[in-house]
Design a protein around this ligand. Structure first.
Ligand SMILES: [Zn+2]
Ligand SMILES: [Zn+2]
Length: 76
């Protein structure tokens, strides 16, 4: 079964961490709030795949929540 890390992304779409290991609350780049869950349904933002065999280093911020279909703040 595939497991995903929780991503931490600022409201402007800067990816802070795709594996949920940052303790920052605001983006270093633009000062926006960092979120790790969907603002409308609270489900975690999907980060990169948790795969022991190798580290996937390409990660792009998702545009919509896979649980409720809402566009994330950086998409608007
Ligand atoms: Zn930012
Ligand atoms: Zn949602």
């Amino acid at each position: 079964m595939n497991k995903y890390y929780t991503a931490q992304i600022c409201e402007n779409g800067h990816v802070i961490s795709s594996v949920g290991d940052s303790s920052d609350l605001f983006c270093e780049e633009c000062g926006s709030k960092i979120i790790n869950s969907c603002p409308s349904c609270n489900s975690p933002i999907r980060g990169q795949l948790n795969d022991d065999s190798f580290i996937v280093c390409t990660y792009n911020a998702p545009k919509h929540c896979p649980k409720c279909g809402e566009a994330y703040p950086w998409t608007k």
